[in-house]
Design a protein around this ligand. Structure first.
Ligand SMILES: [Zn+2]
Length: 221
C-alpha cells in the first residue's frame, strides 16, 4: 500500500503539471505556457516504477488464489503475499505461511511468493527454496480443506506436490521430480531434525502406510 500511495503521489504531480498547462493557477490570468515534458515524463516514470511490484504481486495473488481453490476444492480459499513489512507485523512472524480455515485466507510470508514467482519463471533451474515454495503453498491450502494437524497436513501436501506443480504450470516430468526431491529431501530431513520441524513429519507418511491417501496422481504412484 505504501508503494501504491507513493505512486499515486507522483502520478498526481504529473497530472497537476499537465493540468496547469491548460488551466490558470489561482492568481494567474493564463495557464502555464510551457509544460515541462521532462518533469512530466520523470514523475510518470517514477509512478510506474513504484506501482510495478505491487501490481505484479496482486496479479500473482489472483493466480495463486485460483490454484488454491482447485487444490482445496473450496471457493473461499484466497492467497495473500505478505510484503516484508506485513511479515514483520504478522502475529505469526516466525511461520513461513499460515492459513485460516474459517475465512479461507492463506498467507505466504515474505519472501516466499517471490521465491515461488522465480521458481515458476524457470522451473528447470529449480533451487531448494523454489521447490519448497510449491510445497508451502500446497501445505497451507490443505489447511483450508479442514486439516489442522501439522503432520497430516504436510503429508497431504507431499502427496499432492505434483498436482499443485502442474496446476502452477510446471510440466509433468519436472513436477514429479520436484515432488520426489521435496519428499526425500526436505520432508525426511524434518523427521531427522525433530523438535519444531519434527511436528510436520510422520513415519506414517510413506507409500502404503497410514497417511497414504492412495491418490491416483500422488508422487508415490
Ligand atoms: Zn501448517
Amino acid at each position: 500500500m505504501l508503494w501504491l500511495a507513493l505512486s499515486a503521489f507522483f502520478l498526481w504531480l504529473a497530472l497537476r503539471e499537465i493540468y496547469f498547462g491548460f488551466v490558470p493557477r489561482s492568481g494567474f490570468d493564463r495557464p502555464n505556457p510551457s509544460i515541462s515534458v521532462g518533469y512530466v515524463l520523470t514523475t510518470l516514470g517514477i509512478a510506474a516504477a513504484l506501482a510495478y511490484t505491487p501490481i505484479r504481486y496482486w496479479q500473482f495473488e489472483r493466480f495463486l488464489t485460483l490454484i488454491a481453490r482447485q487444490l482445496s476444492e473450496s471457493p473461499k480459499a484466497y492467497v495473500h503475499c505478505n510484503s516484508f513489512i506485513d511479515s514483520v507485523l504478522d502475529t505469526n512472524v516466525f511461520a513461513a505461511g499460515h492459513a485460516d480455515l474459517e475465512t479461507g485466507r492463506i498467507v505466504l510470508q515474505h519472501p516466499w511468493c517471490g521465491e515461488l514467482m522465480d521458481h515458476l519463471a524457470n522451473p528447470k533451474a529449480a533451487t531448494p527454496k523454489g521447490i519448497h515454495s510449491v510445497h508451502l503453498l500446497t501445505h497451507e491450502t490443505m489447511h483450508i480443506r479442514g486439516e489442522m494437524n501439522e503432520a497430516k497436513t504436510d503429508c497431504q501436501g507431499v502427496q499432492r506436490y505434483a498436482r499443485a506443480a502442474k496446476l502452477l504450470g510446471i510440466d509433468d516430468e519436472l513436477a514429479q521430480q520436484h515432488g520426489e526431491i521435496n519428499y526425500n529431501g526436505t520432508y525426511k530431513q524434518r523427521g531427522a531434525i525433530g523438535g519444531m520441524a519434527g511436528q510436520y513429519f510422520s513415519i506414517d507418511c510413506a507409500p502404503g502406510r497410514a497417511l497414504d491417501e492412495r491418490l491416483s496422481d500422488s508422487i508415490w504412484r
